[in-house]
Write a protein that binds this ligand. Structure first.
Ligand code: PGA
Length: 252
């Protein structure tokens, strides 16, 4: 039985005080223990977030990291730094990293390898652009993006992976995928994993949806059989909205 997951990707938002306010509110709430809740603050607030969330089941995850362990990479952060403050999960392949910071399949692949080799969990994002969808090549694009992660991955490394389908046209636009559109992709992804690896594995991988998830659309999206939760950007910046999204999966 796959556990449900809700992750708040704060992106470049929330200063120290805002981080504290939001996390103290979250720490006071409870939900079904079977739901994994994670937040991803900016690098500068990771350690503070850890401190606030001490003794709480909420995990703190990083938004990015470099593939090298250390060296002359001004402005970058390594897995070793993250692990030294007990951050053991990282988001890789987010569309903003791909488009705004020119990360390509090669960079993404290296980052994933470094993370997995060093016992970190990877939240791997993938998704098609609007043009891809209009041209009806979204399935092909998604398969290609997934190749980056499935190619070379050992079966026993899958427990370090969470997948997040995030159609680029839905991120921050207020235009979410319909439950049917998202379910179609999630089902396809499981089929691909079953073909490349095996069905048991395909059935055990957590696959999240991300892209304009809000309290008023999350329940019906989470209700889909192959959707295990969400990666939430904008709505994770409001404690009320984020908690309400957690509640919406709690009731499913
Ligand atoms: P959004 O962002 O919820 O603001 O659309 C999702 C994401 O980028 O992970």
């Amino acid at each position: 039985m796959r556990k449900k997951v809700i992750i708040g990707n704060w992106k470049m938002n929330n200063d120290k005080q805002e981080t504290e306010n939001l996390l103290l509110n979250l720490k006071n709430k409870t939900w079904n223990k079977e739901i994994e809740v994670k937040v991803s603050p900016s690098f500068v607030n990771l350690e503070y977030a850890q401190k606030i969330l001490k003794n709480s089941p909420v995990e703190v995850v990083a938004q990015n990291m470099h593939y090298e362990e250390k060296g002359a990479f001004t402005g970058e952060i390594s897995y070793k730094m993250l692990k030294s403050i007990n951050v053991n999960s990282v988001i890789i392949g987010h569309s903003e990293r791909r488009t705004l910071f020119y990360e390509n399949d090669d960079t993404i692949k290296r980052k994933i390898k470094t993370a997995l080799d060093n016992e970190m969990k990877v939240i791997f994002c993938f998704g098609e652009s609007l043009e891809d969808r209009k041209e009806k090549r979204h399935i092909k694009i998604i398969s290609k993006q997934l190749d980056v992660i499935t190619n070379g991955l050992k079966i026993n490394q899958w427990n370090q992976i969470i997948l997040a389908y995030e159609p680029v046209w839905a991120i921050g636009t207020g235009l979410n995928a319909t439950p049917e559109q998202a379910q179609e992709i999630h089902k396809h992804v499981r089929k691909e994993i079953a073909t490349t690896f095996n069905k048991n594995l395909a059935d055990s991988v957590q696959i999240l949806y991300g892209g304009s998830l809000k309290p008023n659309n999350s329940k019906e999206i989470f209700f889909q059989p192959d959707i295990d939760g969400g990666l939430i950007g904008g709505a994770s910046l409001s404690f009320e909205d984020f908690y309400s999204i957690i509640r919406s999966i709690d009731k499913n």
